[in-house]
Design a protein around this ligand. Structure first.
Ligand SMILES: [Zn+2]
Length: 149
């Protein structure tokens, strides 16, 4: 099955190790995600696109326990089959906070400050039979276990 990103300009791939794409202000080095044409910090009008590091730390989180409003949400909104998912702000490279889906939704396994790694998750299959993927953050310990097995 062909895999396509949920939107252009969010992350590299979808093949290979994904990296989020951010805007870096050419004047003050402020980093912004998603991509911005201008700087929200200094008002500068010039930014360049940079790839962020794949790991970050969890700054805060919550659990989305009911379907979000669609649109803009593109995933499953059927209350009968909706599966809760975690949402968090992840601090990356000490440069910025990124709001992201988390791969786990169980509060017992979510701790502020825990190390997370970027992964791609299946979101839905579109009308062309393509697997649409979005980005999410997974606990580093879990992804390391997976890569060792
Ligand atoms: Zn700036």
């Amino acid at each position: 099955m062909q895999t396509i990103p949920v939107a252009q300009g969010l992350f590299t791939g979808p093949s290979g190790a994904p990296q989020l794409l951010a805007s870096r202000c050419t004047a003050c080095a402020n980093h912004m995600f998603p991509l911005q044409a201008g700087c929200s910090k200094c008002g500068g009008a010039s930014t360049t696109t940079v790839e962020l590091g794949r790991r970050g730390t969890l700054w805060t989180w919550t659990v989305q326990s009911y379907p979000p409003k669609a649109p803009p949400y593109a995933g499953n909104v059927d209350p009968a089959t909706f599966e809760p998912y975690g949402v968090g702000y992840i601090e990356i490279d000490g440069k910025l906070l990124v709001e992201s889906r988390l791969t786990i939704a169980d509060p017992d396994f979510l701790d502020i400050g825990m190390e997370l790694e970027l992964v791609l998750e299946p979101l839905y299959v579109n009308e062309n039979g393509e697997q649409v993927v979005t980005f999410a953050f997974a606990p580093v310990s879990a992804t390391e276990k997976l890569s060792q097995s």
